[in-house]
Structures are given as structure tokens and as C-alpha cells.
Design a protein around this ligand. Structure first.
Ligand code: 13P
Length: 253
């Protein structure tokens, strides 16, 4: 049996107002009562974080932001610091999501700065990696994944150690929001590769403990097959995390 507690994380992206966010998190808090053995996390937009934290109350739902800047404070118009996220109630932060990489031109260098800053500030980073369709079709998947791991985790590779609390998320870009999920075999193949890379780069203990999530069109009807794979430790869910029924369906995989 895996020593890793599965994590089901909802990335709400740029959706839901404060009222809707509070209603959703309250429904999830109600829904997970009596369910054990799975961690649950939500990542609302910045403006809804504090209200969602208040609504979470005593529930064990974890709170994440979807991005942050690496600096502590200063003249960075439009940016949000790690300390601000902690202040709003976050324990986690999603970094390097493919939408940040592709639409906002983030790269492994800046993602590494964010990962380092999150970790040093006391936030747990959820670091996203994944290949595009053309990269997959060209047979470059393993190179792309290896380079993203090396680049976005450079702070840890230079330290020679990575805390086992760091969470990785494999999200093939071609499976995000497309309804075209990776098959369990496709996801497992890459997630095994990621875990092997962690073992070679750090050590076996770390690779045994680090949670690797799968993301990309996860729905209640495909969650259990994905979660049955030995190297899939949870899901990073977009669209299906916006409705209590579908998100709860995934949590109950
Ligand atoms: P979908 O579940 O909507 O495909 O989104 C996945 C994702 O990007 C989660 O971060």
C-alpha cells in the first residue's frame, strides 16, 4: 500500500465570484464529512482566498493560490507575494501551470524563483509540468519533462535535496480542458518517469514520499482508473472542480 495520502485539488482558474466560491467550499466541507484517507485542496482566484478561508472554518480543506511573485514586497504592480498568500490563509501555491507558461510566458527560470521563494516562505509548492501535443507527437515528451523538472526545481537540485512535502503535478497540455484525458497507462508512464528522476536526482526516500498528481480532464468517471495507477497520488482538477457534485465524485474515487 502506498505511504502517500492521495490529494484531490481543485484549480478554479479564473472562475467564480466570492459568493459562489464560498457556497462551493461550504458544499465541499459538508460533502467530505466522514470521508478519510484523502486530502482535499481548493485554489480559488486571489480575490476570493480570504473569504474562502473564512468559509473553510474548521474543515480540513487546504487552501492554495494559483500563482505568486517571488519577491517579498516592493514595486511590482499587479503582483502578489508569498507572505500575502499566507496572510490570506494559504498553505499551498500552484506554480508553473501550463496556462501561466503558455499564456503569460513564464519559464522554468522564473518558476524556479517562485518555487524557491514559496518554500522559503513556508508555502508548499505544487509544481506543474507537462508536454504539449506537438511535443508528444514529435517524441519529445521525456526530454520536455526532464528539462522542466531540472529547470523548475533547480533550487532543490543545487541544494542536493528536496523536501518530500513538495507536490508535483503532471498535466499534459493536450489533456487540459479538452475532455481528452490521458489514459491511465499514458499518465502512469510519465509519472513513473518523474518518480525515477526524483530518485536519481535526490534519493529513494524522497521519491517514495513525494506526491505526484495527474491533471487534465479528470472527471468522476475516469478518476478511479487514474488513481489506481501506482505513481498517481491524486488529481489536479479544473472544470470538474467547479461543481460540488463532480468534485465530490472525484474525491470519492
Ligand atoms: P481540466 O480539468 O479542466 O482539464 O483542467 C486541468 C487543469 O488545468 C488543472 O490545473
Amino acid at each position: 500500500m502506498s505511504i502517500r495520502t492521495p490529494l484531490i485539488a481543485g484549480n478554479w482558474k479564473m472562475n467564480l465570484n466570492i459568493e459562489q466560491s464560498v457556497a462551493l467550499v461550504k458544499a465541499i466541507a459538508e460533502g467530505i464529512k466522514g470521508i478519510s484517507g484523502v486530502d482535499v485542496l481548493v485554489a480559488p482566484p486571489f480575490t476570493n482566498l480570504y473569504a474562502v478561508k473564512q468559509a473553510i472554518g474548521n474543515s480540513e480543506i487546504l487552501l492554495a493560490a494559483q500563482n505568486m511573485h517571488w519577491e517579498k514586497e516592493g514595486a511590482f504592480t499587479g503582483e502578489v507575494s508569498p507572505q500575502m498568500l499566507i496572510d490570506a490563509g494559504c498553505s499551498h501555491v500552484i506554480l508553473g501551470h501550463s496556462e501561466r507558461r503558455n499564456l503569460f510566458k513564464e519559464n522554468d527560470e522564473t518558476i524556479n524563483l517562485k518555487v524557491k521563494s514559496a518554500y522559503l516562505s513556508g508555502l508548499t509548492p505544487i509544481v506543474c509540468i507537462g508536454e504539449t501535443l506537438s511535443e508528444r507527437e514529435n517524441g519529445w515528451t521525456f526530454d520536455v519533462i526532464r528539462n522542466q523538472l531540472k529547470g523548475s526545481l533547480r533550487f532543490f537540485t543545487e541544494e542536493g535535496r528536496m523536501p518530500a512535502s513538495v507536490i508535483l503535478a503532471y498535466e499534459p497540455v493536450w489533456a487540459i480542458g479538452t475532455g481528452k484525458t490521458a489514459t491511465p497507462e499514458q499518465a502512469q508512464e510519465i509519472q513513473f518517469f518523474i518518480r525515477e528522476w526524483i530518485k536519481e536526482t535526490f534519493d529513494k526516500d524522497t521519491s517514495d514520499q513525494v506526491r505526484i498528481l495527474y491533471g487534465g480532464s479528470v472527471k468522476p468517471d475516469n478518476a478511479s482508473a487514474l488513481m489506481a495507477c501506482p505513481d498517481i497520488d491524486g488529481a489536479l482538477v479544473g472544470g470538474a472542480s467547479l461543481k460540488p457534485e463532480s468534485f465530490m465524485g472525484i474525491i470519492k474515487f
